[in-house]
Design a protein around this ligand. Structure first.
Ligand code: ZN
Length: 90
């Protein structure tokens, strides 16, 4: 089933990501992967790894996130989540 969330706020970030070269991630929603990574980084939730996130992701929808690498999206989301938490804590 294709993801039906509104990811319009992530368009610029999605456009900056590399295309997934194939494998299990190619048809998963990279925008959802980004949000899961951000959550994992912000909350330092060690149970949220890319592997257990990827398996539960919806299929990608048309738009900027189509065929983008969910692995990269998760990592970038994680990075931004940690960075934002650091800002919010100070
Ligand atoms: Zn999505």
């Amino acid at each position: 089933m294709a993801c039906d969330k509104n990811h319009s706020g992530l368009k610029a970030i999605m456009s900056s990501l590399p295309t997934d070269q194939g494998g299990v991630g190619r048809h998963k929603c990279a925008a959802c992967a980004y949000e899961a990574g951000y959550h994992a980084g912000y909350d330092i939730d060690g149970t949220l790894s890319i592997d257990n996130v990827l398996i539960n992701l919806e299929e990608s929808q048309a738009g900027a996130q189509r065929h983008k690498s969910p692995h990269t999206a998760f990592a970038l989301g994680y990075y931004n989540g940690v960075r934002q938490r650091t800002i919010d804590d100070n």
